[in-house]
Design a protein around this ligand. Structure first.
Ligand code: SAM
Length: 218
């Protein structure tokens, strides 16, 4: 089977390091996780391109640079328990699985969750748990989380996600209108939550009780 190692090295050098990502653990994870294996075979040749790729149900696997940036902003450490909202293909969860002790990832579309679960099992990840449900409500059975990341955009930060952050925890997610957002980084100190903004981004909507109403775009 093709390994796409050379494509992965080029992706990291020209899309990720060249744009200022410095965290060595993030870079190593992006060099080693076989991104193409999270896509249907007919899309493998697009896997290492500088853009999102469609994965079905109107959803995408995020652009490699955005995965790297959000993961760097998250500052994941080895002992951490992480919640990943919007499993999609499972690729972001795999990157987190390389960096953290335990990852819970939640997806609202059962078919996407099942495909992601299968890919993660095939690759041997035992520290990643895939759940189906409304991730705007977090995943209370495994709370609290040292880190929370959402790869779909909300009109405002969902309160259940803030409430499920552990002391000293950190949350990264896109917030804004349906068509343009900023990455927000939230941190928790006791009952105080602080926010800072990163770059402008465009994500699919986070649809659920504490997110947007409605259905997915096609
Ligand atoms: N991180 C993913 C990856 O690596 O492939 C990409 C995520 S994709 C940009 C956003 C995902 O969020 C979609 O799969 C979508 O179905 C999911 N989503 C949207 N609203 C959600 C919700 N309330 N709970 C869980 N997943 C949700």
């Amino acid at each position: 089977m093709e390994s796409y190692q050379a494509e992965r090295e080029r992706m990291v050098k020209y899309q990720i390091e060249a744009r200022g990502i410095k965290d060595k653990r993030v870079i190593k994870a992006m060099q080693s996780v076989p991104r193409h294996l999270f896509l249907p075979k007919e899309s493998w040749s697009y896997a290492y391109g500088d853009s999102p790729v469609r994965i079905g149900r109107g959803q995408t696997i995020s652009q490699p640079y955005i995965v790297a940036l959000m993961t760097e902003l998250l500052e994941v450490q080895e002992a951490h328990r992480v919640l990943d909202v919007g499993t999609g293909s499972g690729y972001q969860a795999a990157i987190l699985g390389e960096l953290a002790a335990e990852v819970h990832t939640i997806e609202r579309h059962p078919e996407l969750a099942e495909t992601a679960r299968q890919h993660l099992i095939d690759l041997g990840y035992q520290n990643i748990h895939v759940h189906v449900g409304d991730g705007t409500l977090g995943y209370p059975p495994a709370a609290f989380y040292d880190r929370i990341i959402a790869a779909a955009s909300a009109p405002r930060v969902p309160d259940p996600l803030l409430q499920q952050l552990a002391e000293g925890g950190r949350l990264v997610l896109p917030v804004g209108s349906r068509f343009s957002q900023h990455l927000e980084v939230w941190t928790r100190q006791g009952e105080k939550f602080k926010k800072s903004n990163s770059i402008p981004v465009v994500f699919v909507p986070l649809i659920g009780e504490a997110g947007w109403d409605g259905d997915d775009p096609d």
